[in-house]
Design a protein around this ligand. Structure first.
Ligand code: NAD
Length: 326
């Protein structure tokens, strides 16, 4: 237990990227756990104001449609809202790094450097930084634990790995109260389903609902460890009380599923019996993400939603949501 860290209950919290997928669920949970105010900064690159609709109704949330790479925008927020805790979720989707590699890298680095500098100046007390399993690259041993070498294969992951090193070095140099949570692949309601930047489950659901055949890249044998977003957010909130400065922890399940099996499960769940289009393998696609969750299981009371239940809830949300916005 880190006794000097402010409790979430009664604190003023900033969530960067809080109109996005994981960030917006985190905002809901922070409110449920009694945060006195939640401020979101999101440039709506992939984020959506609608993700915060329920949260905004509490009257405790302020949304700044602004860029966390701009130090002046952050400084305004820290000064005006007297923030205690920051959760850093802002990022540009992995796929974007294939379109604009340098920008995907620099967003991941610039936002965290801004935050670390403000923390060093004493403008807030605790930082929870979101890393990603992508920093590990393809497994050199399995399951991948927190000591697995960082071997990024995209500029997105390289930016995220650099951000992790920045957090770790600022903690060592300036004794900041900052730590790293490292989710594996998340799925669930509100994940962006639009266009090239969408993840595999949402884009497949969107294609099926729009009468377009789903796509499979490569042979589909690449595997991922999928975790339900509610489980991730629940874990982050519990970890907040126990993580040591500079520590990092995987947030993952024990299971991994091949992309081929995943597609088949989504199709079956949605009653789709049409063809699946085969596309060439994506360059730099990580082959295998088999995570170790041994550490997190020792740290918190860790509960995981069975994949078929989470997937059903997710697809139901897409069915309702995509129909509503059509
Ligand atoms: N979704 C996953 O499977 C997954 C897995 C591992 C780690 N993560 C990490 O979790 C965090 C949240 O990811 P997510 O899946 O919710 O992604 P997301 O794309 O849904 O959310 C990121 C948010 O950041 C916003 N954003 C982008 N650039 C910004 C900027 N310069 N200033 C302000 N806002 C900006 C986007 O508009 C978006 O709302 C990220 O750090 C990501 O690396 C996600």
């Amino acid at each position: 237990m880190n006794t000097n860290r402010p409790k979430i209950l009664g604190s003023r919290v900033l969530v960067t990227g809080g109109a996005g997928f994981i960030g917006s669920h985190l905002v809901d949970q922070l409110l449920a756990r009694g945060a006195s105010e939640v401020v979101v900064i999101d440039n709506l690159f992939t984020g959506d104001e609608a993700n915060l609709a329920d949260a905004m109704k509490t009257g405790l949330v302020s949304l700044y449609k602004d860029d966390a790479e701009l130090a002046t925008s952050l400084e305004y927020i820290f000064t005006k809202h007297k923030i205690d805790i920051v959760f850093n979720c802002a990022t540009k989707a992995l796929n974007y790094s294939f379109l604009n590699p340098a920008n995907a890298f620099s967003t991941n680095v610039n936002v965290v450097l801004n935050l670390l500098e403000f923390q060093r100046r004493g403008l807030f007390k605790a930082l929870c930084h979101f890393s990603t399993s992508e920093v590990y690259g393809s497994a050199v041993y399995e399951p991948m634990d927190e000591a697995h070498p960082k071997n990024p294969t995209t500029t997105y992951a390289a930016g995220k790995a650099s951000a992790d090193f920045a957090v770790e070095s600022y903690v060592k140099m300036f004794d900041l109260d900052a730590f790293i949570v490292r989710p594996f692949n998340n799925y669930g309601p509100r994940q962006n389903y639009k266009g090239y930047l969408a993840g595999i489950i949402p884009i497949t659901a969107w294609r099926i609902l729009n009468g377009i055949s789903p796509e499979l890249h490569g042979d589909g044998m690449q595997s991922r460890d999928f975790i339900y977003v509610h489980d991730t957010v629940d874990a982050v909130i519990k970890l907040y009380d126990v993580m040591l400065k500079g520590e990092s922890v995987n947030i993952s399940t024990d299971n991994q599923i091949s992309i081929r099996d995943l597609l088949q499960q989504v199709c079956a769940e949605m009653g789709y019996r049409g063809e699946i289009m085969n596309k060439p393998e994506r360059k730099s696609d990580v082959l295998c993400h088999n995570a170790s969750n041994e550490k997190i299981r020792k740290m918190i009371d860790y509960s995981l939603t069975p994949f078929d239940i989470g997937l059903r809830e997710t697809l139901t949300w897409y069915q309702q949501h995509i129909k509503e916005v059509a």
